[in-house]
Design a binder for this molecule. Structure first.
Ligand SMILES: [Fe+2]
Length: 754
C-alpha cells in the first residue's frame, strides 16, 4: 500500500455542502491535512511546474494515522439466511461458467460457515480445477472432489448434497455441452457423519468462501443458485439446477435466486418461499449472458431470463468503505474551482483532488470549465504496463509522483485493463484512491522531454493558462450535468472542456446539446471527446459502466450479446452507434490515433487537392471573415502550435475531424487542419471497411488529421473545437505567450462577451 493515500465521497461539491475524506496512513505518527487550490499539476521542469495556492479551511490540521483495509473481489451476500439454520439434509445446486478453473487455489461458489466454530459448507472449485466441497460441523471436516477438471468458459450444472440420514455427502458436475474426447462430467461421494449440523450460520455467500472478510473469490459466471431441504441424487440435483425459474415443481425448495431480476441494481432476489434476498458486493458484472442465451436476442431487457448470470472477478472493487477522517464544510461564499486536500506524513505525501462548483443557480463567473468526472473515473488506476527504467528515470529527474497503478493493483484496476481472467473491466468507481488522477503523475515517459500527462494533470495546463491570463472561471463536473441537466450550466456564457471529455451518459450529453441549442458557447479543447456511451446508476453512486461494444478504439471487446449496459439498459459502445456521433455536438469527431506526438495546424485554405474530394468533403471557403476575429494578432502564415509540452505540438495523439455525414453542421468552418507525418497514426476501426477501403473513401493519409472547427448555434450560441488531445499542452509554451494561447484568448474573450 501507499504510505499515505485516500479518497473523497464525491468529486463535485457546492458551497454549503460537505465533502468527506477517507485516509489510510501507515505512519506511526499523525498525518497532516491541508487545503490547496490547484493551478498546475505538471512536474515537467520545462513547464510551469507544480503550482498550488494554500487555502484556509477549518479541517486543516493533524489526524491520527491508521491503516484502512481494502477487500478486492466481488461476491454476493444473503444476510437473511436464518431459514437455513435448522437444515439437516440439503442440496445446493447452481449453473456455472468458470473462467479460471485451474487457479491452484480454491474458489467459493456457494458457502456458509459459522465464524466461531467453522461449521458449515462450501460448494467450490478445488485447487485442481474440479468441482469440490468442504463440509464441517466444527469438529470434523470432509473434503471431496469430482476429480474431473472443469473447462474454462464452458457451462456446467453443479451440486452439493448432504444426506444426514445416510451419513453421506455428494458433489457433481455435468457439462451442458460436452466436448468430444473430454471427460468432464461426474460425481463423487464420501462418508460424512457429523455430530452437529453443517448448514453454517450468518451470511450465505456466493462467489467466495464465507469468512470475515470472505476470501477465495471465484472467477466466472454463476447462475441460479438453489437450495433444497433434502439430499438429492445426482440426476435429481442436475434436474433442479436446470429448472426454469419459478417452475414450482421442485419439492422441498428452500431458495431459488434469480439473478435476472433487478439486474440494474446490486440486489439479488430469491424467488423461493423465504424471500432470502441479498446483494452483490464490489460490482460483479450483471446483464451477462446466461446458460440459456440463444443468440436470438442481444438486449437483456427483451429476454431477461437469458441473462440470468452474474460474472464475478477476484479483482473487482467498488467502494473501499473506509471510515471518514475529516470533512470539509464548504463555506457559502467559497470560490468555485479545482481544489485538493494535501496529505503529508513525514516525507510521504498524497493529494485528493475535488471540484467546487458554484451553488446551483448562482454562477460566480461567465465561464465554466467542465471537469470530465466520468472520464477520470473510467480511466481510474489504469495500469499501462509501461513502468520501466525510462519511466523511473523521468520520475526521478522531475520529482514526479512515484506511485503507479501498475505497481499497486490493490486499489483496483481501470476499464482500460482486463480482469485476471482476461475479461474486460466494465465498471469503475471513484470510491477508492486513484493514483493516476493526481498532480505530478506522468502517464508515459518521453525521451524528448515532453510532459506526457493525461486527464487530471493534463487538464491543469488549461487551469494554469486561465490563471496566467487572468480569466476567472467556475468549474462543474459531468456528474452535475447528469444530475441537474442543462440547468447546471445554463447561466454560463461559455463552457470549456479539458483535453479529453471522452465518456458521456445520455444525461450529460443531453445537457451539452441543450446548452448549445439555447445559446451557450462551447469550447471543446480536446480530442476523442463525446465518444463512448457510459451509464451510471443512482443506487451505486460514484460508479460508471462501460460496454466496449461492436467497434471503436478499444482496450478490450465486450462479448457479442453483452453490449447493453446493466445500469440503464442503454446500448453501450460508441455514441455514433446510438445516432449521436460527436460531430453533432462539437462539429468534429474521432478519426485517427497515434503515439503521444503532436504537430502544428496549418491554417486553411490549403493548397488544392490532387484528387477531387467527394461532395461531403468539398474544400472549405476562403478564410471566412466570420471567423477572422479568432486569428487576431496571429500572422496569416504562422503554423498554429508547432510546440507544446504534450507531444511537442498542439495537434496530436488522438485527432478529430469534421464529417457532415456524421452530423457536422453544414455551416461549420474548418479553420486549420493538421497533417500527421508520423506513421504510428492509424485510422479508427469504425472508419475501416476492409484492408484497402475506408468509409469516407479517401486516401488514408488524408484522414490522419485534426481540424479546428467553428460554427454558430441558435440563439447566439457557438462552438469552437480543436479536435486534439495535446492541444492544451501547448498553452504554457513561452510563458503562455504563443499563437495557441492567443487564439484561445480571442475565442474565450469573444465567447464570454454579450
Ligand atoms: Fe481515451
Amino acid at each position: 500500500m501507499l504510505p499515505i493515500t485516500g479518497y473523497a465521497d464525491r468529486y463535485s461539491v457546492a458551497p454549503g455542502q460537505s465533502i468527506a475524506f477517507k485516509v489510510s496512513s501507515t505512519a506511526p505518527e499523525d498525518y497532516e491535512a491541508r487545503l490547496v487550490r490547484v493551478v498546475c499539476g505538471d512536474p515537467n521542469p520545462a513547464g510551469p511546474g507544480i503550482r498550488e495556492h494554500p487555502v484556509e479551511a477549518a479541517f486543516a490540521g493533524r489526524y491520527p494515522s491508521r491503516v484502512q483495509p481494502i477487500h478486492n473481489g466481488s461476491w454476493a451476500r444473503v444476510a437473511a439466511a436464518a431459514p437455513l439454520d435448522a437444515l439437516e439434509s440439503f442440496t445446493v445446486t447452481a449453473t456455472i461458467w468458470p473462467t479460471l478453473p485451474g487457479l491452484s487455489r480454491r474458489q467459493g461458489l456457494v458457502s456458509r460457515v459459522d465464524d466461531a466454530t467453522g461449521a458449515g459448507f462450501a460448494l467450490e472449485i478445488g485447487e485442481t480445477g474440479s468441482l469440490a466441497a468442504t463440509l464441517s460441523d466444527g469438529t470434523g471436516t470432509v473434503v471431496l472432489d469430482t476429480g474431473k477438471a472443469l473447462r474454462a468458459r464452458a457451462w456446467y450444472r453443479v451440486f452439493l448434497a448432504f444426506d444426514a440420514g445416510a451419513g453421506e455427502v455428494r458433489v457433481g458436475q455435468l457439462a451442458m455441452a460436452p466436448a468430444m474426447t473430454v471427460d468432464d462430467s461426474g460425481s463423487a461421494t464420501a462418508a460424512a457423519t457429523f455430530e452437529g449440523g453443517c448448514a453454517g450460520s450468518g451470511d450465505l455467500v456466493f462467489a467466495a468462501r464465507a469468512g470475515s472478510p470472505p476470501g477465495d473469490h471465484y472467477n466466472g459466471k454463476l447462475e441460479a443458485p438453489r437450495i433444497v431441504a433434502a439430499a438429492l441424487d445426482p440426476d435429481a440435483a442436475f434436474r433442479v439446477a436446470g429448472e426454469e425459474p419459478g417452475a414450482g415443481s421442485v419439492a422441498d425448495l428452500l431458495a431459488a435466486w434469480d439473478f435476472s431480476r433487478e439486474m440494474s441494481s446490486a440486489r439479488i432476489l430469491d424467488t423461493g418461499p423465504h424471500a432470502m434476498h441479498g446483494e452483490t458486493v464490489n460490482l460483479p458484472a450483471r446483464a451477462m449472458k446466461g446458460s440459456g442465451w440463444t443468440g436470438e436476442e442481444m438486449c437483456w431487457r427483451h429476454a431477461p431470463d437469458q441473462y440470468a448470470a452474474i460474472h464475478f472477478h477476484d479483482d473487482d472493487l467498488y467502494d473501499c468503505l473506509w471510515e471518514t477522517d475529516f470533512s470539509f464544510e464548504v463555506p457559502e461564499d467559497f470560490r468555485s474551482g479545482v481544489y485538493a486536500v494535501r496529505l503529508r506524513s513525514g516525507d510521504d505525501e498524497d493529494m485528493i483532488p475535488f471540484f467546487v462548483r458554484a451553488a446551483p443557480g448562482r454562477a460566480q463567473s461567465s465561464a465554466c470549465v467542465l471537469i470530465p468526472a466520468f472520464t477520470y473515473t473510467v480511466y481510474a488506476n489504469f495500469a499501462r504496463g509501461n513502468v520501466d527504467d525510462a519511466y523511473r528515470g523521468q520520475v526521478a529527474r522531475w520529482g514526479a509522483r512515484p506511485w503507479t497503478p501498475d505497481e499497486h493493483p490493490e486499489y483496483g484496476i481501470s476499464t482500460y485493463n482486463r480482469h485476471s481472467d482476461g475479461s474486460g473491466v466494465a465498471y469503475s468507481s471513484r470510491l477508492r484512491p486513484i493514483l493516476n488522477q493526481r498532480s505530478g503523475y506522468c502517464a508515459y515517459a518521453d525521451p524528448l522531454g515532453g510532459s506526457c500527462l493525461r486527464h487530471f494533470p493534463a487538464d491543469t495546463h488549461l487551469l494554469a493558462w486561465l490563471d496566467a491570463l487572468g480569466h476567472e472561471f467556475d468549474v462543474i463536473t459531468d456528474e452535475d450535468l447528469e444530475a441537474d441537466g442543462v440547468g447546471a450550466i445554463a447561466r454560463y456564457k461559455v463552457v470549456m472542456t479539458g483535453s479529453h471529455p471522452e465518456y458521456h451518459t445520455p444525461g450529460s450529453l443531453d445537457a451539452l446539446a441543450g446548452y448549445t441549442e439555447r445559446g451557450g458557447r462551447l469550447m471543446y479543447l480536446g480530442g476523442n471527446g463525446f465518444y463512448w456511451r457510459v451509464a451510471v446508476n443512482a443506487a451505486l453512486p460514484g460508479a460508471v459502466e462501460i460496454r466496449r461494444g461492436e467497434t471503436g478504439i478499444r482496450a478490450w471487446a465486450a462479448e457479442p450479446g453483452e453490449y447493453y449496459n446493466a445500469f440503464d439498459g442503454g446500448y453501450g459502445g460508441l455514441w455514433r452507434n446510438s445516432g449521436r456521433a460527436p460531430q453533432r455536438l462539437a462539429g468534429v469527431g474521432f478519426i485517427a490515433q497515434g503515439d503521444f506526438h503532436g504537430t502544428a495546424y496549418p491554417r486553411l485554405p490549403p493548397p488544392p487537392r490532387p484528387c477531387p474530394a467527394p461532395a461531403s468533403r468539398r474544400p472549405p471557403p476562403p478564410r471566412a471573415p466570420r471567423a477572422a476575429w479568432i486569428f487576431e494578432g496571429i500572422d496569416d502564415d504562422e503554423p498554429l502550435g508547432d510546440f507544446g509540452l504534450s507531444g511537442g505540438g498542439a495537434a496530436g495523439f488522438e485527432l478529430d475531424w469534421l464529417d457532415p455525414s456524421l452530423g457536422s453542421p453544414p455551416h461549420a468552418l474548418v479553420l486549420a487542419r493538421s497533417q500527421q507525418q508520423d506513421d504510428t497514426f492509424m485510422l479508427v476501426p469504425e472508419e475501416m471497411l476492409n484492408h484497402y477501403v475506408n468509409r469516407p473513401g479517401l486516401p488514408t493519409r488524408d484522414l490522419i488529421r485534426s481540424e479546428i472547427v467553428f460554427f454558430e448555434t441558435p440563439n447566439g450560441g457557438a462552438v469552437f473545437s480543436v479536435g486534439s488531445i495535446t492541444f492544451c499542452g501547448s498553452l504554457p509554451h513561452n510563458g503562455f505567450d504563443n499563437n495557441i494561447s492567443r487564439m484561445l484568448d480571442n475565442v474565450l474573450r469573444r465567447f464570454r462577451s454579450d
